[in-house]
Design a protein around this ligand. Structure first.
Ligand code: CA
Length: 387
């Protein structure tokens, strides 16, 4: 028996980020998700470079692992060459289909899931600090899910000369559905909702539903999904037959970069969300979405009135230090979101990483205590954020 995969993939900037640092690969029989990290535009560069090198490596006959190692070298060399890209890296979760086997390489906290007979299994391990702490028994799953630094990676592609890659294989059956996704999807969307979406017959519909679901939960990060649905094929050599135009184009990146705009802004959840949302609206429950959006807008309006009276003064006079991806960041405001609206803006971001801090220094960051501007700048200096 030969399996064929119907597939679909989509990347969405989400509702909070100004850029999309995710990249996906649809180059049958190769599929992958990369989620870049690093200051300025470095995350976008890292994920795109890794995807391109991976595709080129596999196309030139390298094994999947060798191609991933070439991707690591490409990102690392670029980061080494240019100060602006120092320390950048990316996750990589890739599947190469060979007859009825899916070969995987994986590093970082993007995920691979398998839906079989209605049951969802995560087949990749997360390489994040909180996931390591859960494995060590120092955190529960629930604590990890709410941890302020759950996006800090313990392993990544491109940050070291060699990458500590996981490699594994999954025997695939007719009826299996595979999902590769970034943490912008696996974070906000429950396993149950993922399983339901993957149960949809049409991979296009599955992908659109997953993205819509992540946006309904606030879309805090870039959202990327690659879905493969396996069925018995008529003949050999057709695995990965491509029903979509974007197939075989290699690395693809979301083109919907939004304009740069302040974090607390009516456009953030209203107008600016509209173009991408419209593509997903027909998939979900449009009535419910409409009601929720109305609710959000009413809440937002109320918030803006209050903010206009007193909030702005308060929010602009308190500061705290936290982490964006792995970078230490000084925020103005409070570490709270009201619905889709964050009550903070980035005051200044640092190239210093959370990972590079000592245990004692991390405690100061974990606390996210509110401080006066001077006190916050003192802490930033103690943490050597501007060196
Ligand atoms: Ca992410």
């Amino acid at each position: 028996m030969t399996l064929v995969a119907r597939h679909s993939a989509l990347s969405d900037i989400g509702l909070r980020r100004k850029t999309n640092e995710d990249t996906f690969v649809v180059a049958p029989p190769l599929f992958a998700v990369c989620d870049g990290m690093g200051g300025a535009q470095a995350g976008e560069v890292a994920s795109r470079l890794a995807a391109e090198a991976l595709v080129a490596g596999v196309a030139s006959g390298s094994t999947l692992r060798a191609a991933a190692e070439q991707a690591n070298a490409a990102v690392f060399a670029h980061a080494d060459d240019d100060e602006a890209y120092a320390g950048m890296g990316t996750t990589l979760t890739a599947a190469l289909l060979e007859e009825d086997t899916g070969h995987f390489v994986h590093i970082g906290d993007s995920r691979a899931y398998l839906l079989r007979d209605g049951e969802l299994t995560q087949v990749s391990d997360d390489h994040s600090l909180v996931a390591e702490m859960v494995r060590d028994g120092r955190l529960t799953e629930e604590e990890a899910a709410a941890h302020p630094h759950r996006s800090v990676l313990s392993r990544a592609l491109g940050t070291d000369e060699s990458a500590d890659l996981d490699e594994f294989a999954v025997d695939l059956r007719s009826g299996d559905v595979l999902l590769l996704c970034s943490d912008g999807l696996s974070g906000p969307v429950t396993d149950r909702a993922v399983a339901e979406a993957l149960g949809l017959e049409d991979p296009d519909e599955a992908v659109a539903t997953l993205i819509a679901e992540a946006r309904r939960h606030g879309g805090p990060d870039n959202i990327t999904a690659v879905v493969l649905r396996f069925e018995e094929g008529p003949a050999a050599g057709e695995a990965g037959a491509a029903p979509r135009d974007e197939a075989a184009e290699g690395p693809a990146e979301d083109g919907r970069d939004s304009d740069s705009r302040p974090a607390v802004d009516a456009d953030e959840s209203g107008a600016a969300a509209a173009p991408a949302q419209s593509s997903t609206e027909s998939v979900g429950d449009a009535g419910k979405t409409g009601a929720r959006r109305l609710g959000c807008l009413a809440g937002l309006l109320a918030l803006l009135v209050v903010a206009g009276l007193v909030g702005v003064v308060v929010l602009s006079s308190v500061f705290y230090v936290s982490v964006d991806e792995d970078r230490l960041t000084l925020y103005s405001g409070v570490p709270v979101d009201v619905g889709p609206v964050p009550l903070h803006v980035v005051y200044r971001s640092s190239s210093r990483t959370y990972t590079s801090l000592t245990e004692a220094q991390r405690e100061f960051v974990d606390e996210r205590d509110l401080r006066s501007k001077d006190a916050a700048l003192d802490l930033a200096r103690d943490l050597e954020m501007w060196q």
